[in-house]
Design a protein around this ligand. Structure first.
Ligand SMILES: *Cc1c(COP(=O)(O)O)cnc(C)c1O
Length: 399
């Protein structure tokens, strides 16, 4: 197939980078001590806080999401501390493991791969912690592997109902800029993010938003090291120290452009609504295609209220997920995400899942293009399904 048209990388990160964001980086190295760059940064930090609806602080690291996890961990923990991890997929487990590697005693509550955290179990676990040893509750807002979205406010309510002092730390890497995130209203103490998903910039910046309470608590953390310490990074009057050294110059220009697009032009709430609509359209297509249970095509998350608006994990009968993905890449100019962590390692059922991203710089025709191409791929490969899913998605988006 000739390489015509523009290829669409529809994986859940890195997401599509708008041309404007790319172009914003195309410039000579700027002075990091004076001029446009340092002058731009204070307002950019205000925008980063507006993006997650917090009045508190944000620390920026030259790092990916794993680096942001580590930044949060080192400011929160000392060796021997206890944490409670709420796991709804591979990324929740991943954060728990990185804390464990620092000597944190992590207790997991596992909610499986197809549904959200159940707050009653969290409340019970915290009540059982009579010595109040648990320092932090760790969880993902959206787990990008399962596409489960958790109700953060409900978890905060469970912590409060147990009258437990634990901080609430949330991985928002896949939800910030896509799903509704209300850091202060939901009572989040620490929120981590990364630049390459809903924030529409290249990978390379990690974010840790933190409440005053978290900053206070962090002062006694044994793992705080000079580079990861969030204290100087959250002090607005500093520039060089704010980045622990040389600023990530071009990433900051990229972010300036993407924050303009999200906050000033489209508007944050419109961005949230767009993602919700695209996610609904994808779900509607799969409800049609999988209407006959013998097709064995289904959405991983049965409860619509627990589905991410940024990514949808779907099941196809083995080995069709892999074959569909390959066909789409070869013939349709679109790359979908592979399933991750949906079956035990080494299990041949691993190729039973696909992930469709609808994250960031995505519009109606892009998502309909993916769904139309997928319906074509099913026909081409003889995958049994009820036809009409793409048309159903179109009517959902037109409504
Ligand atoms: C992508 C992602 C990560 C990992 O981020 P990296 O930038 O790849 O390190 C962690 N958590 C969630 C929820 C993610 O979506």
């Amino acid at each position: 197939m000739p390489d015509t048209g523009r290829h669409y990388l529809a994986i859940p990160g890195p997401s599509v980078i708008p041309d404007r964001v790319l172009n914003a980086m195309h410039r000579p190295a700027p002075d990091i001590y004076a001029g446009a760059l340092p002058e731009m940064v204070p307002a950019l930090y205000d925008d980063l806080k507006a993006l997650v609806r917090t009045r508190h602080h944000v620390a920026v690291y030259i790092a990916n999401g794993h680096g942001a996890w580590e930044a949060a961990n080192t400011n929160l923990f000392s060796r021997g501390d206890a944490a409670l991890a709420l796991v709804t997929g591979r990324f929740g487990e991943g954060w728990a493991q990185t804390a464990q590697a620092l000597g944190v005693a992590v207790t997991r509550l596992d909610f499986g791969l197809r549904g959200a955290v159940r707050p009653a179990r969290v409340e019970a676990a915290l009540r059982a912690d009579t010595e109040r040893r648990i320092r932090v509750v760790l969880m993902s807002h959206v787990d990008t592997t399962t596409s489960v979205r958790n109700d953060i406010a409900a978890v905060r309510a469970a912590i409060d109902a147990a009258d437990h002092p634990a901080l609430l730390a949330v991985d928002g890497i896949a939800s910030v800029g896509c799903d509704v995130v209300e850091m202060d209203r939901w009572g989040i103490d620490v929120l981590v993010g990364a630049s390459q998903k809903g924030m529409m910039a290249p990978p390379g910046l990690g974010f840790v938003w933190l409440s005053d309470k978290a900053r206070q608590a962090g002062q006694s953390s044994g793992w705080r090291t000079p580079y990861w310490d969030w204290t100087l990074r959250t002090q607005p009057e500093l520039f060089y120290q704010r980045f622990g050294g040389t600023a990530p110059t071009h990433h900051l220009f990229a972010l300036r452009a993407s924050m303009d697009m999200i906050l000033r032009e489209e508007g944050l709430e419109a961005v949230w609504r767009r993602h919700a609509r695209l996610a609904r359209a994808v779900a509607a297509a799969f409800e049609v295609w999988g209407a006959d249970p013998s097709a064995d095509i289904w959405l991983n998350v049965p409860d619509p209220d627990s589905r991410s608006h940024a990514v949808t994990t779907v099941h196809f009968p083995t080995p069709m997920a892999t074959r569909l993905r390959q066909w789409l890449q070869a013939h349709a100019g679109v790359t979908l995400g592979v399933g991750i962590g949906m079956v035990p390692e080494g299990d041949p059922g691993a190729d039973g899942f696909l992930r469709i991203a609808h994250m960031g710089h995505v519009n109606m025709h892009m998502t309909l293009g993916v769904l139309g191409a997928l319906e074509g791929a099913m026909a081409a490969l003889g995958v049994a399904h009820t036809p009409g899913g793409a048309a159903r998605a179109a009517s959902v988006l037109a409504a």
